[in-house]
Structure formats: C-alpha cells, structure tokens
Design a protein around this ligand. Sequence first.
Ligand code: NAD
Length: 488
Amino acid sequence: MPLRPETSSDLLIDGKLTPGSGGVFDVVNPATEEVIGQAADGTSEDMDAAIAAARTAFDTTDWSRDHAFRARCLRQLRDALLAHGDEFRELTIAEVGCPAFLTHGPQFDGPVTDLGYFADLAENYEWTRDLGTAKPMGLKNHRELRSEAVGVVGAITPWNFPHQINFAKIGPALAAGCTVVLKPAPDTPWCAALVGKIVAEETDFPPGVLNIVTSTDHQLGAQLSTDPRVDLVSFTGSTATGKKVMAAAAESLKKVFLELGGKSAFLVLDDADIGSACAMAAFNVVTHAGQGCAITTRLVVPRTKLDEAITATRDAMAGLPAGDPTDGGTICGPVISARQRQRIESYIELATSEGGTIEIGGGRPTDKPAGFFVEPTLISGLDNSARVAQEEIFGPVLVIIPHDGDDDAIRIANDSPYGLSGMVYGTDEERIDKVVNGVRTGTMGVNGGIWYAADVPFGGFKQSGIGREMGVAGFEEYLETKAVARPA
Ligand code: NAD
C-alpha cells in the first residue's frame, strides 16, 4: 500500500485514522517551494480526544505490565517501517529537505532500527530489584524496588530531524510501558502521520497506546503541557519554548524532559592538524544546512594560527555548496522554510553590523531560483561576546574565534548559556582529556569521534535541557520507582 497520501494524511486517535477537525494544511518541499500534499489540521478538541484515549489505554489495559507484548509491537513497527524504507526516505527528503545521505542514518534508518534496542530493553530490563533485608527502627524488613511506567507521555517535537526525535521519544516511552500523544512540528507533519498510518494498518498496538496529532496550532503543545491527564511532557525544540513548557507543566506538577538548543564549540588545540580539523568543522556546520542542535557552530582556533584556519575552513566550505537534497552527494540542502531563512539572513546582517567579516557565503546561492537555500557562511573578526557567537542561528553559519591556549579555549567553550555538545582536536591525550573534562556539555567528540548511537544518552547541561534521551538513561526517564517492604 503506498505511503504517500493521495489527498491528506490523517490523525491517529484511539487506534483510528481520522481527519483533523480543523481541515487540512499544506506540506511544502523546502528545496522547490512546491506544495507536495496536505496534512490533517488537528484542533484542541482532537488533542483532547487523543489525551483521553492515551489515558484510558494506560489506566484500563495491560500495556504497561506486558513487557513481551510491547517488545513485539515495537519490533513489528520497526520491520513495517523498514519494509516501506524507500518510500519513507523519498518523502522525508521531500518534506524535510534533508540530504539523501542522511536518510540512511539519523534521518530514517538509524532511529527506526533503534526501535529494536528499546524493544530489547522492554524485555530485558531489571523491572524488579531485590534490596535484601534491613532493620529500620529495629524491625527486620525485606525490601524490593519496582520500576513502573510514568503514565501518559506528551511528546512535542521539532522539524529538523523528525524521525530521529519522534522515535527517540516514542521508542523508550512505549518500551517503558507508557502511552503517548505525539505532536510533531507543523513543518514536518508527514514524517509523524505516516508512522501513524503504519501503526493503525500494520501493527498490533492497542487503540490509544500511540496517538498522533498534526496541527498548525502550536497551542496544542501548550495543551499537552498543561493537561493534568498527561504525566510527563517530553519536549525537543528551542530553549525559549522549553521554558514555556516547563512553566506550563508546573501547574499540574508533571515531569518535564527537555532537549533544547545549543551553540557548541569546536576546539582546535595548537598541536592539532589545522587543515583536517577545519575541514571537519566546515563539514559539520553545513550538514543538513546547520539544522542540528548538536552541530558545532563556533570554531575556536589558536590565535597564532587564525589566518591558516580561516583559509582552510573557507576552502573546505567552498567544496560543500548548498545543493539538491535528492542528490546523493549533497551535504548542505535547503533550510526548512522562508521564515527560517529570513532568521538566518538577519543574523548574517547582524554579524556585519557588529564588525564581523564574511569570509565566504553570506547570501543565497545564485544557481537556485527556488528553494530556501542559504550559502555556507564563515564569519571572522568577532569575539565570543558577539550575538552570533552567543545565540543559536540554526543555519550553515560558522563563527571563527581565536583562543590563547587550552584554558582560554575551555573558557570560551563554556562562555555560553548552552551546554549541549562539542569537539576537540589535538594530539596530546593529556591535554585533550583536560579539555573534555573542562567543557560543560552533554556530549564531546575527540578528533572527529561520533557519539550518536542508540545506547548513548544524549542531552544538555545548562540551558540546553533537562534529562537524557536514548540509552538506558533515556529509557529510565519514562519510569517511576516504587519501593516495597514487608516484614522478614
Ligand atoms: P520550537 O521550539 O519553535 O518548536 C518545537 C515544537 O514545540 C513544535 O512542535 C511546536 O509546535 C511546539 N510548540 C511551539 N510553541 C509551544 C508552546 N508554547 N508549548 C508547547 N509546545 C510548543 O522549535 P523549532 O523551531 O521547531 O526547532 C528548532 C529548535 O529545536 C532549535 O532551537 C534546536 O536547537 C532545537 N532542537 C533541540 C534538539 C535537542 O535534542 N536538544 C534537537 C533538535 C532541535
């Protein structure tokens, strides 16, 4: 059965595919600006029904207790998605504008395959732990710890890596025994809605266990954050919206899990190979047009080698132009929308007005009359206090900043409200280790090291978030602990 909707994609509520009460909205290909179809526009009433279905499924079925059944459903979903892999990869490129090569990794194959990791956790997790006996207040007791699902999860996701982020929430939450209402970003409704179609038509997930509400209305995310029937809100998006989610969740004191923005530093020590370090920094920032929260967007290089580093980075960027995302060789596709392109362009203007120099890029590619493309851009001549070095731009824009030694490089990396990720290049292991220990971020790469994998927890220090996604730590975010004691 073809995946691509003939008219419009549907919502998934209580096991049924239903049109949105608010009609439909357009899905736009960011590489061509063409309308490629429509998605259901869910309303507050639809969200209310989805939350009610998730609550009922959690409270009245065995879903949270039947670990083997959950593992089976997750593997069934993984296999069905992989069987539709070619169609999914094609529509993901069309909807997200992501380069084709990424769909064989974090833009589809990776997160779908990782559902198997969470299925294994559902089966093999130590759900009950024996704590043995103790004598609290002189009375001998036998104690045990039980892990139980948190309950109903509201999952709110952005558009940049929709499959990766949707499945990094759905996978562990369902494996843990929770039920879920997923609200994806309005820019990428199909990536979520067509998973809903597969769930309804090709798997045994009971009604209400997974609900998906696409909408143009951001307030449906706010509704998930406030509704007292939701036990945990799992949010990925901007730090500004994350703060609103946390404030809204306070009213019903629900748990919040936040994956937010970043302004990660790529630190080059003076014993590193400047050429290969700068080539990697350029590659990182142009990948998916810089639309990744963990992408390193500040290149911090030895002051004595600044000119060499600018030349090497500029040369590398020149070889990575913005291109057609359907082309297997493209690394930098379009950005998601005209609004995002405008935001990026205003930051490039700001850099110039603050005294920065545009070393390469800075505009729209002249060979692309349509599509939301931005040229890979390198900014020099500013220090770390500049707004383009402090604020998240979310485009293929790199700011190069000089440092005066390892301690200064660490200071610059940490001079940020964010603490999501980072990279260090060098040769002396002791110095590298000192930098890794000194930088306050949730992940660090060394000499091009890639930490992304199902079993590696990902998340931020400081204003980059609260909690960890993926790995056992990410699974345990969706669990509560119950202590049980009886006289021994
Ligand atoms: P955004 O914060 O504007 O929107 C994210 C989601 O929140 C969308 O689904 C949106 O509809 C919803 N939303 C909007 N207002 C809301 C509200 N008041 N209450 C609840 N939900 C609301 O972010 P975006 O522009 O879609 O995505 C880009 C941002 O996401 C960047 O800042 C990026 O760094 C961040 N991001 C973080 C990670 C991470 O894991 N740390 C991963 C990807 C993206």
